[in-house]
Design a protein around this ligand. Structure first.
Ligand SMILES: [Zn+2]
Length: 324
């Protein structure tokens, strides 16, 4: 056998191995038929949505976390942060990453009754030790908050005491989030409570303090409150859900915020704002369609691309601890 034959044979062998590896790779990576050629949506390419709801959950959802992550990855998303009111999502994020490579998936914990009748410092500490370290947010109580419960005369989980001072467990969780450099989010606190927490966060030097859905009924800040929170170094989250729920939808009890009003609040400081969908509820648009409509709507209102990049790409990625 000549040297040329030998090298030709080893080249052929190498090529066959490479083709096999590519085929195996394709088969492993391809989430479903046709997905490999699905076009990336330029409107959504590189965005991150830090507020999505999906199954498994207690309330009816339109999709599950893996299917949603796969869809987001196909559209070119950079990151997703999963949110559940009742269960942790940072642990599930680890598994979603295994199932959907190429997407940065994170989660966190909302301090509702599943974790006790008060803000639970131990639960917060445990999330930070969980495999993968994908906890990026601790939300104060959401639908079981004292503020939400007060809307129908009930008693929820408080963040302040009887004299209106922040509770020690809230401050302790704030401190933990500050140390870990993850988001401390106001959840469903009353607007005045969010302002109070922003003051404390400033005093304590918490770098990632977020007012959750700052422009969404029933947690909406006034423009003056928004300015005060921003002056205290807060980030304001603006969710598309606020612009589309209300009478005639699957969430009829809420009052819709016109997109122009949301835009005006974002304009106070695009540098400290970010947009999310807060979608995933059954019978509502999907989070991906929501983000596309949100960005399209803001562009139509005259937002420059530079600001869209800040609020949909740079700021949310920074809040997740990703390089920007
Ligand atoms: Zn939500």
């Amino acid at each position: 056998m000549s040297e040329a034959d030998d090298s030709r044979r080893s080249f052929m062998k190498g090529a066959a191995l490479a083709a096999g590896a590519m085929l195996a790779g394709q088969m492993l990576d391809a989430p479903e038929a046709g997905a490999a050629t699905a076009p990336i949506d330029p409107l959504l390419h590189g965005i991150s949505d830090l507020h999505v709801h999906a199954d498994p959950d207690v309330r009816p959802r339109s999709t599950d976390e893996i299917a949603l992550a796969r869809k987001a990855q196909q559209m070119g998303y950079r990151a997703l942060m999963l949110k559940s009111h009742d269960w942790s999502t940072h642990d599930r994020a680890y598994l979603v990453r295994e199932a959907v490579p190429g997407l940065e998936c994170f989660g966190g914990l909302a301090m509702n009754r599943t974790h006790g009748d008060s803000v639970n410092v131990t639960a917060a500490k445990m999330t930070l030790k969980t495999t993968g370290r994908y906890c990026r947010c601790i939300w104060m109580p959401t639908y079981q908050s004292a503020w939400d419960a007060s809307q129908h005369g009930g008693k929820g989980i408080p963040v302040v005491d009887g004299s209106g001072k922040l509770l020690p467990e809230v401050i302790e969780v704030m401190e933990l989030c500050g140390k870990e450099n993850i988001i401390f989010a106001t959840g469903h606190s009353a607007p005045a409570e969010s302002v109070l927490m922003s003051k404390k966060a400033k005093e304590m030097g918490v770098p990632k303090f977020v007012v959750t859905h700052a422009s969404e009924d029933i947690w909406k800040l006034t423009m003056d409150q928004a300015k005060e929170c921003l002056a205290n170094g807060a980030y304001l989250e603006h969710a598309y859900l606020a612009a589309i729920f209300g009478p005639g939808t699957a969430l009829p009890k809420y009052t819709r915020t016109p997109l122009e009003e949301i835009a005006a609040m974002i304009k106070l400081s695009p540098e400290r704002s970010f947009i999310t969908s807060d979608l995933g509820q059954a019978m509502m648009p999907s989070p991906v369609d929501g983000m596309r409509s949100f960005i399209t709507g803001l562009l139509a209102l005259g937002f420059p691309q530079k600001e869209i990049d800040l609020i949909a790409r740079t700021n949310p990625a920074k809040l997740m601890g990703l390089d920007v």
